[in-house]
Design a protein around this ligand. Structure first.
Ligand SMILES: [Fe+2]
Length: 278
């Protein structure tokens, strides 16, 4: 059994500053890490699919380093549009895969239990959209051909559209080229993404794409055409990707905040459970 925790869009800020004036992203991140540490069984690894920071400020990366140092599992990072590839490489040079460079991007392959993680970099300097680029796609193609373990491909910008117009407008510009690379590869079990700050499931190139919500604020669910860009405080959450040879990859959502329970299922006296003998 392999268990991969997947957080995204932490949007860390310099200590003491809120994000967009109202989202205490550092506090949310503290709670997310605390939730992760309380899990049984313990995940084999944590993957963070970008926007670790809100502004790629060295002080934000320092907050991230301190937070992640509390974890006793490997942590795999990729940049989002709010990070920068160079800033992340500088701050996390000692993290696995970070110092590997292709076309200036952070991309790497690692084994996690019975699966492999392929981490891709979609950051475009100065732009909110994402791009993989021909060199990184060529590397992905040769990597997928040479390593045939069940693969989860991590990238910040989801390649599939969501129907939330203002987010789709800042999506992955070379999604079609990615589809060509992954469609023929049967061992690609999952694309794991962030960026939209919502839990979303879609298919892309014949694969399942799971988009994790933010550990902090969420984008408002608004499927009207050209709806406004707004955020709210729907419950913050993250994903747990469970893999075994009998199940393949199964994704569960775990919440950052506390909630009531657990409680035992209980039948009132004289009331039978469905299927019980009278
Ligand atoms: Fe984000």
């Amino acid at each position: 059994m392999t268990l991969i925790a997947h957080m995204t869009d932490l949007h860390l800020r310099p200590r003491g500053l809120a994000c967009y004036r109202v989202s205490d992203t550092n506090m949310f991140a503290e709670r997310a890490i605390r939730s992760l540490l309380s899990l049984t069984p313990k995940p084999d690894a944590l993957v963070i699919t970008g926007d670790l920071t809100d502004g790629s400020d060295p002080r934000e990366y320092a907050v991230g380093r301190e937070l992640l140092s509390r974890l006793d599992m490997p942590v795999y990072l990729i940049p989002g549009n709010h990070d920068s590839t160079d800033g992340m490489r500088e701050a996390f040079a000692d993290f696995p895969g970070i110092s590997e460079t292709r076309e200036g991007k952070i991309s790497y392959r690692v084994d996690i239990g019975g699966t492999q993680l392929i981490a891709l970099d979609t950051h475009m300097p100065g732009r909110p959209q994402g791009e993989l680029g021909t060199e990184q796609l060529a590397w992905l193609d040769s990597t997928l051909r040479s390593a045939t373990k069940p693969a989860l491909i991590a990238l910040h910008h989801p390649p599939a559209l969501s129907g939330i117009t203002h987010m789709d407008n800042i999506g992955l510009v070379d999604a079609a080229a990615l589809a060509e690379v992954i469609a023929p590869q049967a061992h690609v079990e999952r694309l794991i993404c962030g960026h939209l700050h919502r839990p979303i499931i879609a298919s892309f190139a014949g694969k399942v794409m799971t988009l994790a919500p933010s550990t902090a604020h969420q984008v408002v669910l608004d499927l009207t055409e050209n709806g406004p860009a707004l955020f709210n405080f729907e419950p913050a959450a993250y994903f747990l990707h469970y893999h075994s040879s009998t199940t393949g990859v199964v994704t569960h959502m775990a919440y950052v905040e506390n909630y009531p329970g657990p409680h035992h299922f209980f039948a009132d006296e004289g009331v039978l459970w469905p299927g019980d003998e009278a």
